[in-house]
Design a protein around this ligand. Structure first.
Ligand code: 26W
Length: 767
């Protein structure tokens, strides 16, 4: 985008005056933020219109979550005016960094939502016509604080700073019909700026509003019912993002959200397609849709319903749908696979349910001796089965994950439709996750190999001949980033972390399978080892945690409490003060991640093998020059393939071993034979920590009692984990260690979301 300082300042000044009756000198940071953002939006408008009107097939990315984070810095970067705006503001004595206070748009839980955000950015940067469709939750993922070590949740009022990057498109509003009420869906469009290429794609987020009294049809239906109550219900649909990651809660309101999203989006697409003279029987020539996990899978019966209402036969409609839809699976966890009660679904969405039944009948009519193939069974609708049956392509998100889908989770479906199954290994956008979050490192790379890597990450391999040369500068940049993070943590959490400690980091959602508990036990073992003198030769180390637990996930919350207790014990012990520190940061989010990822020395990716579909945090650390301490799970496997296993620290049972170990597994025996482990595990029950609510006791019980004790083999993998961790800590600081970091950085090309969206565009969307 062209940029003229005088013109820009004049525009911003006028907006400050018009909207806030203020000026550069007096505006507070919010007023300034709104004015700067709006001035940029006005400037970008022609590119937006041009991109939208481009001819050719487009893909809609349907997702219940888009974890966008903060927009302003990324938008300025991609428009190529980040430095210019910074200078322009400082010429009027204002600092662009004020906008670090702006709220994240946290309309997502974790990996799946952040992946959607990376893909939108990469698609725009690659000139791929991909539009996001989602929900404009009034409150995003809860804000987390700790009180006495316990997680507390508060509403996330992400609109507090206004929403200058969205445009409300009242004209495109649609009515979404439920059995008991109609709801108005109003779209807000966020521009997605490609990196310095003039492309602007759109993220369209739907907001629910009451269909007002002017809708007489609706008014009629409501006879007898209180209009105010109906208004209240309608608005409520988009109130809040469900805070569960990997666990399905069968709440009707969530089903309403899902239908609201897909019905509004498909009406939008179909209306525009028809208005442009398109033939609905050939919709697939102009449009396709990627279903981000099962959350938007109701789009399938909804499209069938719409096409039937437009006069297509069921077979005609089915053919169109099966060419339009593709499905990505993001998890193999049984508790995450969505299933809905058939009665509840048919009560809420009778005409949609009819189409689900029609799919079920079509499937049955094709013959199925073993009874392996079903969409509805025993009063339950299986959303993944519906998705697989109708979609053209089904993909997993890393090689190992797609393998498990084929061999295990969807084995029967794979036998029936082998050609449907493909892998697309996840990726991350190098703009936000290197250029923006680590400007020092980005500049170092630019200086060595030029800037082509910004949009062609595989070129990082050109660094390979220069690794020793850049090592001193790399060390200095890492040290600088650590100092910045240390200041930030002090400001936010009120704890001191010496920047010269090793930063050993585990940040991600809290889940048993991700095994933050394994990390916690190793920290205790190291602490006791330092105390009793059995561990002497370690550099001083900070164990940094960041994670939100789903509010209803008891054991996840217990793990947070446990780690916070460990932090209090360790940080309060004068004797280990110079050797050890433990910090659990509050409210880990995208903006926190940007600061943490560039400052980490060790990336902990320690899920039980077979459980983490891919992981994308692992890629962010790698790209910032960090070694992985991890299992052979998800994309860690491919990270090792790319960067060399010898440059990472791999431990623990493999997928194959996990299966074998689980037969006849005896966790008590493992603990009995390992006194170091026993000492750490015992702290949960021996009074080391206060446990007034009995949380730690239950956490302890989860390892030894119940239907499947120590389900994620924390105890089994402990010994090899601790060994590997100690040898990594001992290697830290040597040139060998820093070269390993740089081997990872220079091998990270594959993990660009640019590569991933290109694969989708080629293999799946055929754009
Ligand atoms: C129905 C409740 C629910 C909510 C969220 C079920 C499942 C989810 C997501 C699929 C969980 C998720 O975010 N999965 C993560 O997706 C990432 C992007 O593909 C992967 O990198 C992670 O490994 C996977 O856990």
């Amino acid at each position: 985008m062209k940029f003229e300082r005088e013109e820009f300042l004049r525009d911003v000044g006028r907006i400050l005056a018009a909207d806030s009756a203020t000026d550069f000198e007096h505006a507070d940071s919010k007023e300034l933020y709104l004015a700067v953002s709006k001035a940029v939006m006005a400037e970008a408008y022609p590119d937006l219109v041009a991109s939208r009107e481009r001819a050719g097939k487009r893909c809609g990315y349907f997702s219940a979550e888009f974890l966008m984070g903060r927009a302003i810095f990324n938008n300025l970067l991609n428009l190529g005016i980040l430095g210019e705006v910074k200078e322009a503001l400082s010429s009027v004595h204002r600092d662009l960094n004020l906008f670090e206070e702006v709220e994240d748009a946290a309309l997502g839980n974790g990996g799946l939502g952040r992946l959607a955000a990376c893909y939108l950015e990469s698609a725009a940067s690659m000139g791929i016509p991909l539009d996001g469709y989602g929900i404009r939750y009034r409150y995003g993922l809860f804000r987390q604080t700790f009180e006495n070590g316990y997680q507390k949740e508060e509403g996330d009022d992400w609109l507090k700073w206004g929403d200058p990057w969205s445009v409300r498109c009242e004209k495109d509003a649609k009515i979404v019909r439920f059995a008991d009420m109609d709801v108005l869906a109003v779209p807000y469009d966020m521009p997605i700026f490609g990196y310095k290429n003039g492309v602007v794609n759109t993220l369209r987020l739907w907001s629910s509003e009451p269909v007002r009294a002017f809708d007489f049809d609706m008014f009629d239906k409501m006879k007898g019912e209180n209009q105010a109550v109906a208004n209240f219900n309608a608005t409520k649909i988009c109130d809040v993002l469900y805070p569960n990651d990997n666990t399905m809660v069968g709440k009707l309101l969530r089903l309403r959200q899902q239908y609201f999203l897909v019905s509004a989006s498909l009406q939008d697409v179909v209306t525009k397609y028809k208005a442009a003279g398109g033939d609905l029987k050939k919709l697939y020539e102009a449009r396709c849709f990627q279903l981000n996990d099962t959350h938007p899978v109701l789009a399938i019966p909804e499209l069938l319903r719409i096409l039937r209402a437009e006069g297509l036969s069921f077979e005609e409609a089915f053919t169109v749908a099966s060419k339009c839809f593709n499905f990505t699976n993001h998890t193999i966890m049984a508790e995450a696979l969505e299933r809905w009660d058939a009665l509840a679904l048919s009560d809420l969405l009778p005409t949609v349910y009819e189409q689900i039944l029609a799919c079920q009948n079509r499937l049955q009519s094709e013959g199925d001796e073993g009874g392996k193939y079903f969409i509805v069974r025993e009063g339950t609708v299986h959303m993944a089965n519906l998705a697989i049956y109708v979609s053209s392509k089904v993909n997993g998100v890393a090689e190992i994950h797609t393998g498990i889908l084929k061999r295990d989770t969807f084995r029967d479906w794979y036998a029936r439709y082998p050609e449907k199954f493909v892998n697309v290994t996840n990726g991350i956008t190098p703009r936000r996750w290197l250029l923006l979050n680590n400007p020092g490192l980005a500049a170092l790379i630019d200086g060595k190999i030029g800037t082509a890597w910004h949009t062609d990450l595989a070129r990082l391999s050109a660094l390979k001949p220069h690794l020793s040369e850049i090592l001193p500068a790399f060390k200095a940049i890492k040290a600088h980033n650590k100092a910045l993070l240390s200041d930030y943590i002090f400001k936010k959490e009120g704890v001191e972390v010496p920047p010269d400690f090793v930063f050993d980091v585990q940040v991600k959602r809290l889940h048993e399978y991700k095994r933050q508990l394994l990390n916690a036990l190793s920290v205790l073992a190291i602490y006791f080892g330092i105390k009793d003198g059995s561990i002497r030769d370690l550099p001083p180390v900070l164990f940094l945690f960041g994670a939100k637990a789903a509010p209803g996930y008891y054991l996840a919350k217990a793990i947070i409490k446990f780690i916070n207790e460990i932090a209090a014990l360790v940080n309060g012990d004068e004797e280990v003060k110079d050797r050890l520190r433990v910090v659990f940061v509050q409210n880990y989010d995208v903006s926190y991640a940007e600061k943490i990822v560039c400052a980490a020395d060790i990336s902990e990716q320690i899920s039980m093998a077979g459980m983490e579909a891919s992981g994308t945090g692992n890629m962010k650390f790698m790209l910032n020059g960090t070694v992985t301490l991890g299992t052979l799970d998800g994309a860690n496997v491919e990270i090792c393939e790319e960067a060399g296993r010898e440059n990472n620290y791999i431990f623990g049972a493999t997928v194959e071993e996990v299966a074998a170990v689980k037969r006849g597994y005896d966790p008590a025996k493992i603990v009995a034979e390992n006194p170091v482990l026993k000492r750490a595990v015992d702290t949960m029950t021996d009074g080391t920590f206060p446990d007034e609510k009995g949380m730690l006791k239950k956490l302890h019980a989860s390892l030894f009692e119940g239907y499947e004790p120590d389900r994620y083999l924390v105890l089994y993998d402990f010994a090899s984990y601790l060994d590997t961790k100690l040898s990594l800590l001992r290697a830290y600081g040597t040139d060998e260690y820093f070269l390993q970091c740089l081997e990872n950085l220079s091998s990270a090309g594959k993990f660009s979301a640019d590569r991933a969206v290109r694969e989708y565009a080629d293999k799946i969307w055929h754009l």
